[in-house]
Design a protein around this ligand. Sequence first.
Ligand SMILES: Cc1ncc(COP(=O)(O)O)c(C=O)c1O
Length: 448
Amino acid sequence: MSDTQSSDDALPEGATETERLDKQYVFGTWSYQSEVSPTEVTGGSGVRFTTADGSEYIDFSGQLMCSNLGHSADTVADAMAEQAREGAYFAPGFTTEPRAKLGEKLAEVTPGNLSRTFFSTSGTEAVEAAIKIARMYTGKQKIISRYRSYHGATAGSISVTGDPRRLMSEPGVPGSIKAPDPYAYGSTLEPMESLEYIDEMLMLEGDTVAAVLVEPVVGSNGILAPPKEYLPRLKEIAHDHGALLICDEVMSGFGRTGEWFGCDVFDVTPDIMSMAKGLSGAYAPLGATIVTDEIATHFEDEMFCHGHTYAGHPVACAAGLAAVTSYQDQDLISHANRVGEYLGERLEELAAKHPSVGETRGVGLFRGVELTKDPDERVPFGHRSDKISMGSTVVDEVSAAAWEEGVYVGNMINTLIIAPPLPITEDDVDEAVAALDVALEVSDAAMD
Ligand SMILES: Cc1ncc(COP(=O)(O)O)c(C=O)c1O
């Protein structure tokens, strides 16, 4: 028995045994442990999930923007169970049917000549692999990424992350350089100006940059969708300077934007793409890094110097194969596109009604609601430093109020992050928007 100090203060009255044990023995992520108070979830079905006290919630953020298929889909559960019984694990030097078929499937659903995949177990690892591949392929070391970005938690991926979670890991891995973002609402630069800035950075760095790494539509840093011409021009700029374009599709992939991938919104094929989250619909920890034919060919006679014990884990790949097949069989990408349009319209109505909504933005089922205490001056309630400080912010209070109304919606700094499971219906959207309508009274009341 340990004598870990753990305050019970944060636990609600009537906390379950699981909640009590978890608080005592398990680290909460990205948080001050005294503030952590996890709610026990007992199950989910479709776009809803249930907590231990029997309450049901609409999952308006798809948990961590990853439950793209909805909860408890039999197709994926059955595929995983079958694979676990037939052979849960074989070393990466062997192959299995789900791994090979998922590789083939990813070559089919990703754009252009992206064709060969390295499998891992998370978005973080998918990005780490992308960075290493870019360095091995180009022989150069530097990576340009952007300030409003999240690319993962381990040394390399947190170094290329721009958001404040990076700060405690600094100085980080050398050669990680940050650029401005296409953030029309809150940046001093217009999106296309920020692109010219990157052009100049690449010129000034000389021929030393391996890749420019971006989320095609920025996720947790506020759902930032650039103008249509941004990503094609970024690819052009990167290539002009001998750098690759890496698209981090960990959050924006698999139907989230109403297209298969965020880069499809802009008709761009990157040189390298990282994926996770929706890849398995969050049924298994699974990441993937896919590269173009040219890059794949390079490694025929150069060592692919990377791997993990669980690279291509059969059960995780079985989950991925079943999830991607389900997106296809259930026509969920075009469904997300259609319902995403509707969601966008409903959020616009909220913006028109609530003065504390500065802007709603996004594409498909990937939407952000940014709050402001002064719409004329666009003064934010929350700041980047709040992400790494104690206590709750106005946007946290809005999320808490939505929870009281039966809707789970996550947030980051100053923006509600809306990314429900793709099978969500218009009726579900109406129900969730009605809850947000009530919750936004909290931010309205907090305005100056
Ligand atoms: C764009 C992006 N890249 C990478 C990651 C890291 O993925 P994971 O948390 O699965 O390691 C995330 C996680 O949210 C993400 O949104």
